[in-house]
Structures are given as structure tokens and as C-alpha cells.
Design a protein around this ligand. Structure first.
Ligand SMILES: NC(=O)c1ccc[n+]([C@@H]2O[C@H](COP(=O)([O-])OP(=O)(O)OC[C@H]3O[C@@H](n4cnc5c(N)ncnc54)[C@H](OP(=O)(O)O)[C@@H]3O)[C@@H](O)[C@H]2O)c1
Length: 269
């Protein structure tokens, strides 16, 4: 079956907005959900919708509205997200939970709202936007990394559970992408503590990751990968876009953990 109708979360900017335009250009109807409920540039085929992915009832109502209007829903792209920065030591439990709320539980709510529709149709595509940081951990971003790793694990377990259902899962693990993500990053209380024993390393680290993100790839690179996966008969289970990040992902997999962490630490710590 061809993908014609898509629910995309985090559609108001960055990777989500770029993806919405590419999918609409390819003839798909895209419901682009975000808290703002806007899109950078209005386009036929894109329906901006106001939704906080943490709102389960709102997510279910949106899925019902799409099915009523279109008679189908072929794919969900769980892209909404943000990052927090700070050391494990001193981070409040509420701050750690907030990172998991949108990244992990927000995506889970979207997936669970769509699954009954997909099952009834015998067809559906679930794409999660995780991060290369799901497989490569950096200091002071432990909560972001672990929330993305949890989402990647969920996607892979689900892909096995759904075998023979006609429903497929794919997780896309972007490296650095130049978007509003950098400005939206929350530096938590422990991350901005002037008396922190980590102060200098955190400042150096933050400068490096912001520099890398702002000079990163364009969000269209990720959008094109999403479009490619949606058009494939069989989606990949996990994809790291761009050769340089693929190689980094491969190195982290094959090197002994101590060696991998030593190398990452030399660059980011
Ligand atoms: N940029 C990178 O380097 C990078 C690398 C790897 C992975 N990623 C992942 O890519 C995804 C997209 O990020 P981006 O880089 O495109 O950043 P972005 O430009 O800041 O976009 C984030 C999107 O998520 C939406 N959003 C945030 N919280 C939401 C909520 N509770 N409910 C609904 N929508 C929400 C935002 O819209 P509203 O504010 O209007 O709600 C916005 O549309 C994220 O999951 C991020 O973790 C980014």
C-alpha cells in the first residue's frame, strides 16, 4: 500500500517542517502537529494542528479526526522533542522526567493512538526520530541520550511484536542538524550552577555541541531519509543518515566500551 496520509509530530519547525514540505511535495497529506500549531510556510497538503504530544486524549481525538476526514491514516512520524543539558549529579528528578515525557512517553502516546487504526487497515508505518546519541553517549546529556535510547529500544521491540501485521517500524538516528533545537535546549539548574565542580567542562562541552549543531546538516537531509523509508516496501529498522555518522555509529558498536568512551571524552569532556 502507498503512504498517502501522515501524522507528523513536531511539525512547526526544523526536521518536522522540512519533512512536512518534502512529503507534501511528494503528494502526501500531512497533519503537522505541534504546540504552536503552525508551519513556517503554508503549503497545500499540509494541515498544521495544535497538539501537545503529552496530551493522550488530544492525540486520540486528532487521530480520529484524521481518519474521519481522510478515511485512512498510513503513517505516524514521532519527531516532537527537545533536549536538556546538565550533569547527572544534582539534576532534579522532575527535570529528568520532563525529558522522558515528551521524547519517550509523548511518542508512545502517538504510537498507541495510531496502532488500532493501522491494525484495522492491516497497514501502517511508524517512524521514530531518535538520535545518534541513542547509541553514543555524551557527558552532560545523559537524560537526552537515555530517553532517545529508550525510544529506539521501544521501536525495535515493537517491530518484532508487529511481525506479520502489515505494520512496520523504523527509527532514524540523526547526527547534528541545524534547527531550533539548539536554542530550545534547556540548561537545567545543576547545568548552570556557577559553583558546580563541572562548570568549566560543561561550558566547553556546551560550546562544542552548539557549534556542531549550528554547523550541522540541513533538516532536509533527515526529511529525505524519512521520505525514502516511507516509499520503501520494507523500511529499515534503524537508519543513521550520512556516511560520517554511520561510521561513528559503527565504531561505537565495534570498539570496546572503554576505548569508545575514552575517545568521546577526549572530544567532549
Ligand atoms: N537538531 C539536532 O541536532 C537533532 C539531532 C538528533 C535528533 N534530533 C531530534 O529531532 C527531532 C526534531 O528536532 P529539531 O532538531 O527539528 O528541533 P526543533 O526545530 O526545535 O523542532 C522541535 C519540534 O518539536 C515540537 N515540540 C516540542 N515539544 C512538543 C510537544 N510537547 N508537543 C508537540 N510538539 C512539540 C516543536 O514545536 P512546538 O514548540 O510548537 O511545540 C518543534 O516543532 C527531536 O526529536 C530531536 O530530539 C535533533
Amino acid at each position: 500500500m502507498e503512504v498517502k496520509v501522515v501524522l507528523l509530530t513536531g511539525g512547526s519547525s526544523g526536521i518536522g517542517a522540512a519533512t512536512a514540505h518534502l512529503l507534501a511535495d511528494a503528494g502526501m497529506k500531512v497533519y503537522a502537529a505541534s504546540r504552536r500549531g503552525t508551519i513556517d510556510r503554508p503549503q497545500d497538503g499540509i494541515v498544521p494542528v495544535a497538539l501537545d504530544v503529552n496530551d493522550a486524549a488530544g492525540t486520540e481525538a486528532l487521530v480520529a479526526r484524521i481518519v474521519q476526514a481522510e478515511g485512512r491514516l498510513d503513517a505516524v512520524i514521532c519527531n516532537a522533542g527537545n533536549g536538556i543539558f546538565g550533569p547527572v549529579e544534582g539534576t532534579l528528578e522532575s527535570e529528568a522526567r520532563a525529558q522522558f515525557e515528551t521524547t519517550y512517553f509523548g511518542s508512545l502516546k502517538s504510537i498507541q493512538a495510531c496502532l488500532p487504526v493501522f491494525r484495522k487497515q492491516g497497514f501502517g508505518r511508524i517512524i521514530t526520530i531518535t538520535s545518534v546519541m541513542a547509541v553514543l553517549q555524551l557527558p552532560f546529556q545523559g537524560f537526552y541520550s537515555s530517553a532517545k535510547a529508550a525510544l529506539l529500544s521501544l521501536s525495535q521491540s515493537l517491530s518484532m511484536e508487529l511481525q506479520d501485521s502489515g505494520i512496520q517500524c523504523c527509527s532514524i538516528l540523526p547526527g547534528d542538524v541545524a534547527t531550533g533545537f539548539t536554542a530550545a535546549r534547556k540548561i537545567n539548574q545543576a547545568g548552570s550552577d556557577p559553583t558546580s565542580p563541572y562548570k568549566e567542562r560543561m561550558e566547553r562541552n556546551l560550546r562544542k555541541i552548539e557549534h556542531d549543531e549550528l554547523g550541522g546538516m540541513s533538516p532536509e537531509v533527515i526529511g529525505r531519509e524519512i521520505l525514502k523509508q516511507l516509499r520503501r516496501k520494507r523500511m529499515s529498522v534503524r537508519v543513521i543518515p550520512r556516511l560520517d555518522y554511520k561510521l561513528v555509529g559503527l565504531l561505537v558498536r565495534i570498539l570496546p566500551s572503554r576505548t569508545a568512551l575514552f575517545m568521546i571524552s577526549r572530544l567532549y569532556n
